[in-house]
Ligand binder design. Structure first.
Ligand code: HEM
Ligand code: HEM
Length: 362
C-alpha cells in the first residue's frame, strides 16, 4: 500500500503521522496531570522532563507532517454537506495550529521560568527568551488554556469521525484507520480491531480476469482490452464493506490493430508517456439490488471523475468472480482530441466491462 496520499485515500505516512501524534498527545495529558499531582521531588522533575521532551518531539513531527501534507494530494472530503466540509477543514487547521503553538508556548514558559529543557536527557536546548517570572505566569496560563482548547477540539474531531462512521456510514474513519494494520504488525493492536477481519484481502488472478472496453470508430463497434493492470481488493461480501484499487498500465492497450494501438497511446488519446497509469479507486462498496456498487473515482489522463461500478458477484468457497460494466464519456477524460474530438470519428460513449476472478488470502 502506498506511502503517499492519493486524491481518495491517505497513504501510510499520513496515517502513521496521525496516530503517532494522537497517542503522543494522549500521553502528554496523562503526564501533565500526573506531574501536577506529584509531590515536589525527583519523580516530579522527571515527569516534567518527559512532558517537555515529548512535547517538543510533537512540534518537530508536526512540522514534518505539514511539509509532507504540502507535498501530497489531499484526499477529497467524503460527504455532501458544504458546511461540514468547511468545518472539518477549519478544525483540522486549528488542530495543526495547537500542535505547533502549544509546544512553543511550553518551551517559552520553561525558559521564562528559568527551567531549561533537557531533551530526553540528551541535550540541553538553549533558552529562547530570558527568565521573567511575570511572563512565565502569563505563558503558563496561555499554555493551560490552549491545552484545554485542544482537548475540546479533539473531542469534537473524534465525535465527527464517529458520526461519519456510524450515521453517514461513509469511509472517512475507515480510510484513516487502516493504519491499524501497521500497529498490529508491531503487536499492539487488539485482535478485534484489526480491519483485516472485517475486510479480508483477495488476490486477483490475471489469467482469469479481463478489463475490456467497446467503442465505435466511424460507426463500427471495436472491442479492446488492457493487458497489464494490478488489482488490490479488500472485501467482505457478507457485510458488505471493502476497498478496490485497480491500476491500469495505459500502454498495455490492445485493440487488435497495431496502427490503432499506436494511435491510442499517442497524446491525442491516452498520452501514455505523460500518463502511464489509469486508476480506479473505490473505498465504498455497497449492496445495490441483487448486486453491488463500487463507488469511487477514475483517474485517467490526469482527470479524476466520480465513477460507480455496478457488479455482480458469485462466491464459491474462497474464489470469487465479479463482473460489471458501465458507460463512460471519453470526452470527460480528454481521450480523443484534435481531429478525433468529434463523435463522428469516435463515439463519445465507451462501455467498460470488467471481469475479475480472485481468491481469498489468509
Ligand atoms: C490528539 C488527537 C488527534 C489529533 C491531534 C488529530 C488531528 C488530525 C488532523 C490534523 C487531521 C487532518 C489530517 C489532514 O488531512 O491533514 C486529522 C484527520 C482525521 N482524524 Fe484525527 N486527530 C486526533 C485524534 C483522532 C481520533 C481519536 C479520531 C477517531 C475517532 C480521529 C479521526 C480522524 C479521521 C477519520 C481523519 C481523516 C478525516 C478526513 O478524511 O478528512 N482523529 N486528525
Ligand atoms: C502538544 C504538546 C503539549 C500538550 C498537549 C501539553 C499539555 C499540557 C497540560 C494539559 C498541562 C497541564 C495544565 C494544567 O492543568 O495545569 C501542561 C502543563 C505544562 N506544560 Fe505542557 N503540553 C505540551 C507541550 C509542552 C512543552 C513542549 C513544554 C515545554 C517545553 C511544556 C511544558 C509544560 C509545563 C512546564 C507545564 C506545567 C505548568 C505548571 O507549572 O502548571 N508543555 N501541559
Amino acid at each position: 500500500m502506498a506511502w503517499r496520499n492519493s486524491p481518495d485515500r491517505f497513504g501510510w505516512a499520513a496515517k502513521v503521522f496521525h496516530w503517532l501524534t494522537a497517542v503522543a498527545v494522549a500521553a502528554m495529558f496523562a503526564i501533565a496531570w500526573t506531574m501536577d499531582a506529584l509531590p515536589v521531588g525527583l519523580a516530579k522533575l522527571q515527569a516534567y522532563g518527559w512532558h517537555k521532551s515529548i512535547g517538543l518531539t510533537i512540534l518537530a513531527v508536526t512540522v514534518l507532517r505539514l511539509l509532507w501534507r504540502l507535498a501530497n494530494p489531499q484526499p477529497r472530503y467524503l460527504g455532501d454537506s458544504t458546511w461540514q466540509r468547511r468545518a472539518s477543514t477549519v478544525a483540522h487547521w486549528l488542530l495543526y495550529a495547537c500542535l505547533i503553538a502549544l509546544p512553543i508556548l511550553g518551551w517559552l514558559m520553561s525558559a521564562a521560568a528559568n527551567t531549561p529543557v533537557n531533551l530526553f536527557g540528551l541535550m540541553v536546548l538553549p533558552n529562547p527568551i530570558a527568565p521573567d517570572r511575570a511572563l512565565a505566569q502569563l505563558l503558563e496560563e496561555a499554555h493551560e488554556t490552549l491545552a484545554y482548547g485542544l482537548l475540546a477540539l479533539v473531542a469534537l474531531h473524534a465525535a465527527a469521525a464517529l458520526k461519519h462512521h456510524l450515521i453517514d456510514r461513509d469511509g472517512t474513519l475507515r480510510r484513516m484507520l487502516t493504519v491499524l494494520l501497521i500497529v498490529s504488525a508491531f503487536g499492539m493492536a487488539t485482535a478485534t480491531a484489526a480491519p483485516s477481519e472485517e475486510m479480508p484481502p483477495w488476490s486477483a488472478d490475471p489469467a482469469r480476469s479481463r478489463i475490456a472496453f467497446t467503442f465505435t470508430q466511424l460507426g463500427s463497434p471495436i472491442e479492446g482490452e488492457f493487458k497489464e493492470y494490478d488489482v488490490e481488493i479488500r472485501f467482505n461480501p457478507e457485510d458488505p464493506a471493502g476497498e478496490v484499487r485497480v491500476v491500469i498500465e495505459t500502454a498495455s492497450i490492445d485493440t487488435g490493430d497495431d496502427d490503432r494501438d499506436v494511435q491510442a497511446r499517442s497524446p491525442d488519446f491516452f498520452s501514455v508517456a505523460a500518463f502511464p497509469e489509469a486508476v480506479f479507486d473505490a473505498t465504498d462498496i455497497r449492496r445495490d439490488g441483487d448486486g453491488y456498487l463500487a463507488v469511487g473515482t477514475l483517474t485517467l489522463k490526469g482527470q479524476t471523475r466520480p465513477l460507480s461500478l455496478p457488479f455482480t458477484l458469485t462466491v464459491d468457497g474462497d474464489t470469487a468472480h465479479a463482473q460489471g460494466s458501465l458507460v463512460v464519456n471519453r470526452q470527460d477524460f480528454a481521450i480523443g482530441t484534435g481531429e478525433w474530438a468529434t463523435n463522428a470519428a469516435v463515439g463519445d460513449e465507451v462501455r467498460i466491462a470488467i471481469s475479475v476472478t480472485a481468491t481469498r488470502v489468509y
